[in-house]
Design a protein around this ligand. Structure first.
Ligand code: PBG
Length: 323
């Protein structure tokens, strides 16, 4: 490699046009997925305090947001439901007339080209806030699988393109794949939250989804933040069980995991820039401590550069507009 003075790296940094020409990583709206929170009613829009700009909405209002996302060229939406009632099993999760199922039907009718992904988990639906059924004070893995499968089939029946299980039970991808195939939904894809780490960055989301655990925490099912070899094992397992795409979550603190997973699997990889990552930038920007737009774009660029193909982000619309 030539060195100074024959090689001068600054030559290619002189103008916007040159910098653009040699840019290695690009962001496109089609790579973004926008999370949306849906509840029952009409004309409802309840702002989430810890996530400025994000709201729980009824289906009619959700369509307004989704239409805007589609017109900006955003790749897809990821739906979370807030049910009217909760119980120990989370039975509203597989109610064909619950808010998520209604939203999926409305989206596929109104915006057939927008990819609709549904989050499959029980924590929004259980009265205890855990991601599965409780037995002897802990989440019962195998008893939960059947419920996740029911929820997935209900979402597929409504017309979801992609089912995204975020519960972190062992064996759920196999159980969901089998149930989808048996139900006649062989073409419904699975995006598995394969490497999902327990931690503080989901705090604001739990206000948004009303899914804070009523006792204990999620460390007996979500991963320990220290482990990246284990993340690879989780990812390989989910691929063997039938996952079409995989996810690493959160994104910012786990860029090394994103990089390893992409390099070692080559599978379509999504990374979730979660509520806490979003809230930190919003809060600092509100105080005038950081340039919101530049911090947003740099955080997204870092996630892409690490190797993610798709970014799930609450910034999807703002970033698409900025592009
Ligand atoms: C459901 C789920 C969570 C998130 C996505 N799906 C919360 C959790 O695991 O506690 C978090 C998303 C975010 O923080 O933006 N299990």
């Amino acid at each position: 490699m030539p060195s100074f003075p024959s090689y001068r790296p600054r030559r290619l940094r002189r103008t916007d046009a040159l910098r653009r020409l040699v840019r290695e990583t690009r962001l496109e709206p089609s790579q973004f997925v926008l999370p949306l929170f849906v509840r029952s009613g009409a004309g409802v829009r309840l702002p989430i305090e810890s996530m400025p700009g994000v709201a729980q909405t009824s289906v009619d209002e959700l369509l307004i947001d989704a239409r805007e996302a589609a017109s900006l060229g955003i790749g897809g939406v990821l739906l979370f439901g807030i049910p009217d009632t909760k119980d120990a099993m989370g039975s509203q999760a597989w109610n064909d007339d619950a808010p998520v199922q209604q939203a999926v039907r409305a989206l596929k009718r109104e915006l057939p080209d927008l990819v609709v992904i549904t989050d499959v988990c029980l924590c929004e639906y259980t009265d205890h806030g855990h991601c599965g059924v409780i037995r002897d004070g802990d989440v019962d893995n195998d008893a939960t699988l059947e419920l996740l499968a029911r929820e997935s089939v209900s979402h597929a029946r409504a017309g979801a393109d992609i089912i995204a299980p975020s519960d972190m039970m062992d064996g759920r991808v196999r159980a969901i794949r089998a149930a989808l195939d048996a139900g006649g939904f062989a073409n419904t894809a699975i995006l598995s939250y394969a490497a999902k780490f327990a931690g503080p960055f989901y705090g604001p989301f739990r206000e948004a989804a009303e899914s804070t655990p009523q006792f204990g925490d999620r460390r007996s099912y979500q991963m320990d933040a220290a482990n990246s070899d284990e993340a690879l094992r989780e990812v390989r397992l989910d691929i063997e069980e039938g996952a079409d795409m995989i996810m690493v979550k959160p994104a910012g603190p786990f860029l090394d995991v994103i990089h390893r997973v992409k390099a070692e699997t080559g599978y379509p990889l999504a990374a979730y820039q979660v509520s806490g990552e979003f809230a930190m930038i919003q809060a600092a920007a509100e105080r005038g401590w950081i340039d919101r737009e530049r911090a947003m774009m740099e955080s997204l660029l870092g996630i892409r550069r690490a190797g993610a193909d798709i970014i799930v982000t609450y910034f999807a619309r703002d970033a698409a507009r900025a592009l």
